[in-house]
Design a protein around this ligand. Sequence first.
Ligand code: SF4
Length: 350
Amino acid sequence: MNVCGGHERSISMAGLRSALPAQVELIPGPGCPVCICPEEDIYAAIQLALNENLVLVAFGDMLRVPVNVAKGRVRTLAEAKAQGADIRPIATPGEAVSIARENPATPVVFFAAGFETTMAPVAAMLVEGAPDNLFMLLSGRLTWPAVAMLLDSGQAGFDALIAPGHVATVMGPAEWQFVIERHSMPAAIAGFTTESLLAAIYSVLRQLIDARRFLDNCYPELVRDGGNPVARRYLQEAFEVRDANWRGVGTIAKSGYDLASRYQHQDARRRFPARADEDRKRAGEMPPGCDCAGVVLGRIYPNECRLYGKACVPRNPVGPCMVSDEGACRIWWAAGLREAIAADKKRAAS
Ligand code: SF4
């Protein structure tokens, strides 16, 4: 399993699957923060933007992720923006700070979803002092607990792990040592070039053949013991780790970031009333017919979803995996992967 959406993009765009022997499968994993962002959080962001006098800022990918509402109601942040809500896509936390400073009399809510690598600059923004009118709607997650959950389930469905190099750059490689120590599974940390990914694939295959197990750092240019101490200090100061919900997956222990108590006055969930709709059907679930949860957990390939390329395409995404550049469905579609690869692999397996 390759955890990260960035890995999946490099693998798919380089055509690595078709270059490998048929018995070697590369399974995309849970490393797309947009795909696993709880539906309720996106719904809350939409309702805040529509019903409060505020500016809502979010990373661009989030604007097109649909929630489950009755036909005719606002399904995405992009639709809310089209209806007049002040929603602004941003690329960095610094832009959220600038917008808050330019609008000192208006609350600005930063809907911040992402993994460790995205959350570190968000944490730095808070620790270094965000404006008082900037509030956080936080939906941050940690990657390794999702892999731990899969391995602990006893139904992981993969035999080796390619761990995300950017997460290891921030958090240090030791976080992934549990794959070796608790599960005796080959593991390697990869960067995002084809060379680094091939080195990691070679390493885990070699470990299987030689019956050796070790966490191989195939991204030594950036991954160092201890990770990035400055980024880790920011994360520790700004956030507390708690159990958290993953869309379509459920609650994963110690997998979410919450604001540390000293920043709770900037918590949008405290500042603004909750607008959850108890009668809303399929709240928290994937859209009807969408198999994103199966894709995220590596249980199916994207093109095994019956909506893939039919009802669900990048221009008209049904599920979050077809929205984000990190989503496996969108990556596969963009890379022209339709049916052949999965069919080949199934033939090899049978
Ligand atoms: S193809 Fe669309 S509907 Fe199917 S799993 Fe992917 S995102 Fe969900």
